[in-house]
Design a protein around this ligand. Structure first.
Ligand SMILES: Nc1nc2c(c(=O)[nH]1)N[C@H]1C(S)=C(S)[C@@H](COP(=O)(O)O)O[C@H]1N2
Ligand SMILES: [Mo]
Length: 243
C-alpha cells in the first residue's frame, strides 16, 4: 500500500472507531500503527492517544509557521527564568568555556560537545512563536543547529524512539519522539534576536521545539539521551503538546 492510501485508511479507521465504538477501539488501531503516546494510561489516556495519532498522521513532516522580522515581539516577556545554582554561575563567569552538551543512549558514538563544537555544526535560523500553556506567547528569531545534525553525527541506532533532554536546572527535563527530533525546525539554539542566547531565555544552549508548547523548549540543556522507552523519564505536563 502506498504511504498516502495507507494514511487515508488509518485516518478513516481512527475516525470511524472514535465515532462508532468509542475511544478504546481507536486506541487499539493507533497502537497497531505505533501511534500511541507514552502517557496513554490513566484518565486522559484515550484523548491523548487520539490527539497524538491524528497529529502524527497529518503533520509528521509539516512545518510550523515562520514569521517575518517585522513580526518579532518587543520585550519584556513574562516567563524568563534563571538557573539559581552556583555551579551555573561559575560556568557563566568563565564564558561557558567549560559548558558541555553530552549525547548518549542509543547512539553509535556518544559525544560531549563544547559550545564551539555546537557552533561549528550547520547553522539555521528561524522566526517562530513560543507559546506557554498559560496563554501568552512571543515571536523571536532563534539561531542554532538542527538537532538532526547532532543526531546524525553521533549515529542514532534503529531502535531509537525518543530523545530525552535534561536541563542544568535540577530536575528539569522533557522528551520528544523521533518525528520531532528529526524535524528540521527542531533546533539546538545558542543565539536569539541577533545576540548570544541570554541566560534568562535558556542560554547558553536551549532546545527549541517550535511545533509544541513552550514547556518543551527546555532551557540550559546539558545532556540528551536517545532511548526506546520513556518510563524512567516521565514528566508532569501532557507529554505531547503539539500546536
Ligand atoms: N529549564 C527550564 N526550561 C523551561 C522552563 C523553566 O522554568 N526551566 N519553563 C518552560 C515553560 S513552561 C515555557 S512556557 C518556556 C518559556 O520560555 P521563555 O522564558 O523564553 O518565555 O520555557 C520552558 N522551558
Ligand atoms: Mo509555560
Amino acid at each position: 500500500m502506498s504511504g498516502i492510501s495507507r494514511r487515508t485508511v488509518i485516518s478513516r479507521g481512527l475516525a470511524a472507531a472514535a465515532g462508532l465504538s468509542g475511544l478504546a477501539l481507536a486506541e487499539r488501531i493507533a497502537d497497531r500503527f505505533g501511534l500511541v503516546p507514552p502517557d496513554h494510561g490513566g484518565i486522559y489516556g484515550p484523548g491523548e492517544t487520539l490527539t497524538y495519532a491524528a497529529h502524527r498522521l497529518i503533520t509528521r513532516h509539516s512545518p510550523t509557521r515562520e514569521f517575518s522580522r517585522a513580526q518579532i515581539s518587543k520585550p519584556p516577556f513574562p516567563n524568563e527564568t534563571m538557573p539559581p545554582t552556583d555551579a551555573f554561575n561559575r560556568l557563566q563567569a568563565g564564558g561557558f568555556k567549560d559548558w558541555r552538551l553530552s549525547i548518549d543512549g542509543l547512539v553509535a558514538h556518544p559525544a560531549s560537545l563544547s559550545l564551539d563544537d555546537v557552533k561549528r555544526l550547520p547553522v539555521r535560523s528561524q522566526i517562530t512563536q513560543i507559546a506557554c500553556e498559560e496563554g501568552w506567547s512571543y515571536v523571536a528569531e532563534w539561531v542554532g543547529t538542527p538537532l538532526v545534525e547532532i543526531l546524525n553525527a553521533v549515529g542514532v541506532l534503529p531502535q531509537a524512539r525518543y530523545v530525552v533532554y535534561f536541563s542544568f536546572q535540577p530536575d528539569w527535563s522533557d522528551s520528544i519522539d523521533m518525528a520531532d527530533a528529526l524535524h528540521p525546525q527542531t533546533l539546538v539554539t545558542y543565539a536569539m534576536n541577533g545576540g548570544d542566547l541570554p541566560v534568562p531565555f535558556g542560554g547558553p544552549v536551549r532546545l527549541r521545539v517550535p511545533r509544541q508548547l513552550g514547556y518543551k523548549s527546555v532551557k540550559y540543556i546539558t545532556r540528551m539521551t536517545v532511548t526506546d522507552r520513556l518510563k524512567p523519564f516521565e514528566g508532569s505536563y501532557a507529554w505531547y503538546a503539539g500546536i
